[in-house]
Design a protein around this ligand. Sequence first.
Ligand SMILES: [Fe+2]
Ligand SMILES: [Fe+2]
Length: 358
Amino acid sequence: MNQFVARSSALRGLLVNEARRHYVSPAQSSASVLMRLVEVPPAGTAKAEQIKRFNAASFGGSGWSRMMSTSSSSSSSALAEKENGEKEKPAEAESKSGGGAESTVPVVSSYWGIARPKIVREDGTEWPWNCFMPWETYRSDTSIDLSKHHLPTTFLDKVAYRTVKILRIPTDIFFQRRYGCRAMMLETVAAVPGMVGGMLLHLRSLRKFQPSGGWIKALLEEAENERMHLMTMVELVQPKWYERALVLAVQGVFFNAYFLLYMISPKLGHRVVGYLEEEAIHSYTEYLKDIKEGKIENVPAPAIAIDYWRLPKDATLEDVIVVIRADEAHHRDVNHFASDIHYQGKELREAPAPVGYH
Ligand SMILES: [Fe+2]
Ligand SMILES: [Fe+2]
């Protein structure tokens, strides 16, 4: 018993210290965060009583422990949060349109669980998503210049540009003007390079005992942002079985091809992605054109998109495409910049990464 309590105490100490060290960052956060350690022993047992006494001593008598608490007034949709109350309750598995939790069945932990606190919006309604949190949402900068184009002057740039133009041919033939379907399929590919680049930089940082200059985070942010594009598009277009099969095949080929390319020449890899993003801007502009001309119905925006991009409640598909296109323009800038750094004979870590560039 004493051993259990001692171990529990040591782990708690570690967790509290880690949380304090890493998460208290008032400038970055846009919402308060609560974490709760859930003890498993049945109520009334000696072990449960011992843990209760431990909690009382450590956290002022509350079963809840406010390990992290930051706030910012900059977020206009600053989201409040509520404690769940005394009774243990797993994270709510509410999913209004497919983007929330996967299951309503509570997970039983073998020794302890970490329950997510109930999070609510400013208006008091419950935060329905588990796949992203309020402090990860943002308002897209749609004033970004969409017409920027990196002129391919060097041999490698021309290879990158031609490669992307060639890749567009089968895409145009297969999808033609079915832009919803096209966007959904292309987002499954677009979310790969950031993850591959971020992963390889992460491994490099470990191998060389060097910081990354923020580039790991910037590239992983890009991958996550692209994945959210996909989560949004899939609310609008349901993939057919042969499209799912195509995604499998394309992902298998593209992941490995980009992995190899990034290991051999990150300069070329980022340039290819920069041009892919330019093409994405073009595709979304055509998509918008079809919406404005009434060829594609301007349906209400999916709930996941309204929360992720902090759109008004009456936002439409057109609003969603506008913010996604702005995201693509930001990815274009990030990747052309990354390639430029390599062109100047430097490593990415030598130039501060545009973290949080939306
Ligand atoms: Fe995208
Ligand atoms: Fe993109």
